[in-house]
Structure formats: C-alpha cells, structure tokens
Design a protein around this ligand. Structure first.
Ligand code: 5GP
Length: 186
C-alpha cells in the first residue's frame, strides 16, 4: 500500500519518488514500437525478453509493434536481492526458439553497467543470428562499465535505484503501473 509515496515493507519505510507515470510510459513505449516497426519492416524479427524485469515492458511493446514478431525469454541473475550489482551473471533460462539467420532484438528493463547484456549478446551470437540489437526501457548511461550500444532506449536516467512496471526490489513493487526511484527512509 502506498500512501503519499511512502510504503511500509517488513518494518522498513521506503519512499517512492516518481520517475515516469503511466501515460508517459505509454507514449515512450508507443514511440519506440513505431521506430522498431519502421526499421524491421519486411524482415523477420525475434524479440528476446529478459526475465523477470522486462515482462511488463515486453507485453506492452509487442502490442504496439505493427509488424509480425516472434518472442522468447531468457532469465539471467545478476542482482539477487541487493541494490548493488554483483557483476556475476548466470543464465537461468535458455532460449527455445531458433535464432539462426534471424534479426534478434533483446528487450531489457534497465541497462546499467552493461555487463549483463555483454554476457547475453555473446550467448545469443552463438546461435548465429543475422543481427542482434538492444531495446531497453531505461538506459543508465553514466554507469556503463563496458561498451554497449542501446539501439532503442525509451528513457535515459543518470543513476538511482528504480522499481515498478515489472521492475522489482527483492521481488516487491513489480505490480506498480508507474516507475519510481526507491529510497529508504530513516
Ligand atoms: P547491468 O549488468 O547492466 O549492470 O545490470 C542490468 C540489470 O541489473 C537489469 O536488468 C536489472 O535487472 C538490474 N538493475 C540495474 N539497475 C537497476 C535498478 O535501478 N533497479 C532494479 N530493480 N534493477 C536494476
């Protein structure tokens, strides 16, 4: 339950500071979907969603894309329940769809250090796709530790830990329809 942006979770009071509201997200997703539809017109495209954080974004995105798409999901673990990246990445769900000679578009919630995507791109390239591009809901461009080019970014933020619209903190907040910065209140 959120009251004036405050939420009580296991006796820790957290403050949710709005980053993007529902309407803003809707417009950003529609705009990106149009760019993707234009760029991939007349070519086959497979969207690979990164679980769990990108599932809401992926669901909204494919319903705004106006060309036929195929989809699959991978799951990667990188953060655990901490807000600080461990830098250790593990694939916990493999793709099932054939990627050979296909145009692959990775759909990610947040690109932060870029280490997760670097790992994922290498994994996907082993299936010999025609191309691999990246679509991210949020691009934390100042925190990059490896060179990753985000081809389609809905929104760019400098820093801060965000939740909502599918994005969690320790499995909480995914159900929120908007995106917030999460801050612990002492
Ligand atoms: P990277 O490998 O680019 O540092 O981290 C990417 C992953 O870290 C994202 O897919 C996401 O799961 C997680 N992550 C990065 N920043 C945030 C954040 O602000 N909030 C949450 N909940 N997860 C984040």
């Amino acid at each position: 339950m959120i009251v004036h942006g405050l939420r009580l979770e296991k006796n820790i009071m957290t403050e949710l500071i709005p980053v993007l509201n529902e309407n803003e997200i809707k417009k950003l997703v529609a705009d990106i979907a149009k760019n993707i539809s234009d760029d991939y017109k007349d070519s086959e495209i497979v969207l690979i969603g990164v679980l769990k954080g990108a599932f809401v974004f992926m669901a909204d995105l494919i319903r705004k894309i106006t060309i036929p798409v195929k989809i699959d999901f991978v799951a990667l673990s990188s953060y655990g329940s901490s807000t600080i990246s461990s830098g250790k990445i593990k694939l916990t769900r493999e793709i099932e769809i054939d990627l050979k000679n296909k145009n692959v578009l990775i759909v990610e919630d947040i690109v932060d250090t870029g280490l997760t995507l670097k790992y994922l791109i290498n994994y996907l390239k082993s299936f010999e796709p025609k191309s691999v591009r990246i679509c991210a809901l949020l691009d934390k461009y100042e925190r990059r530790e490896t060179e990753i080019n985000v081809d389609y970014a809905c929104h760019r933020i400098k820093k801060g830990f965000v939740v909502g619209y599918g994005i969690d903190y320790a499995e909480n907040y995914r159900e929120l329809p908007a995106i917030y910065h999460l801050r612990n209140v002492d």
